[in-house]
Design a protein around this ligand. Structure first.
Ligand SMILES: [Ca+2]
Ligand SMILES: [Ca+2]
Length: 346
């Protein structure tokens, strides 16, 4: 009898495990091949009104290749948009989050903490667009330690500062808010951390080992803001009025198999899409806060399209495009196979 019970338990576990595995989607290699060496670490993405995915090619793994904005056409061809402005001190740009402002220009976080340990070197770029042509790249805000996710609502731009470095406290991060009219290349905004009127929210990451804080952020169709707190694997929700005043905050989703929460995008159905860098997974969170692990695999080089330390994902139609930034951090080791993945939803 006891053996029979054991057998039933084993069979049940096997079936449960198998069905969970079956629900996971298998990512495939984007573009049918690895990226060339000159495109060695993709990160932030946004979709333009032209239907292209605009992509930050941060090239953190091989900085001898200049950081660029690329775009991906609806038939998955890659085009170059513009080379980004090197920092005078480090000689490189390190773009992460990217978004179109309501003025039709691109706003991009330049995370100089990838290039230097000196605090305060990170910036926000404005890439002036004329139709599909990029005209110039200029600095419109500076003084960040690690400018990261970036998003927009109306004439506002929101930026995640992953490390406020407040008096050496590595657990504090936050969200800055700017009016587009303030972002003038003639006179860039200089942010100053705690006490800066642009800093509308400070986040405390509780994880003592992974202290990485505010990361991806995005608005849903109602204008509610969601922010990833990377180290605590939680998605925070905040309401911000039109004057930039935070009126409520809550934990919207946490845990449920998420190990970390990195880049975030929200699709047209208000599903939140998150790259779980440490968990090597792509997560969907429904508007009702149900956490779904869409794809996940072990550490890899990504040669067959496997997830390889993904840092951002974005849904376009029935495909989810994944940037495998492939940084040496947590369980992952940087390798020489540079890839993006695509997950087909249908
Ligand atoms: Ca790789
Ligand atoms: Ca790898």
């Amino acid at each position: 009898m006891k053996n029979l019970v054991n057998l039933i338990v084993v069979a049940f576990l096997f079936i449960t495990f198998s069905s969970c595995q079956e629900q996971l989607k298998t990512p495939k290699l984007a573009f049918g091949k690895a990226l060339p060496e000159k495109y060695n670490s993709p990160d932030g993405m946004t979709i333009g009104s032209d239907g292209y995915i605009y992509l930050s090619m941060t090239n953190v793994n091989k900085p001898e290749f200049p950081a660029k904005v690329l775009r991906i056409s609806e038939d998955d061809q890659i085009e170059e948009v513009i080379d980004l402005l090197p920092h005078p001190k480090t000689g490189v740009a390190k773009p992460l989050g990217i978004v179109f402002g309501s003025d039709g220009n691109l706003y991009i976080s330049d995370n100089q903490s990838f290039a230097s340990e000196e605090p305060g070197l990170s910036r926000i770029f404005k890439v002036t667009m004329n139709g599909i042509k990029a005209v110039k790249c200029e600095v419109v805000a500076e003084g960040f330690n690690m400018s990261n996710g970036i998003t927009t609502r109306g004439n506002e731009i929101y930026v995640a500062e992953t490390n406020l470095n407040a008096g050496g406290d590595v657990h504090k991060s936050g969200v800055y808010r700017f009016e587009l009219s303030e972002l003038n290349p003639e006179n860039p905004v200089k942010v100053t951390g705690i006490g800066d009127p642009h800093l509308i929210w400070v986040i405390e990451t509780k994880n003592k080992e992974i202290t990485v804080g505010a990361n991806g952020l995005a608005f849903n169709s109602k204008g509610d803001l969601f922010v990833c707190n990377f180290g605590d694997a939680e998605v925070l929700k905040m309401l911000v009025d039109e004057n930039g005043k935070v009126t409520s905050t809550e934990v919207f989703a946490s845990g449920n198999g998420m190990i970390s929460v990195d880049g975030m995008q929200i699709d047209t159905e208000d599903n939140i899409w998150i790259a779980d860098f440490l968990g090597n997974a792509i997560i969907k969170i429904t508007p009702k806060a149900k956490v779904v692990i869409v794809a996940k695999n072990g550490t890899t080089e990504g040669a067959n399209g496997e997830l390889d330390a993904p840092s951002e994902c974005i849904r376009r139609g029935d495909k989810v495009y994944v940037s495998n930034i492939d940084l040496t951090f947590g369980p992952n080791t940087t390798d020489d196979i540079h890839t993006m993945s695509i997950i087909e939803l249908k």
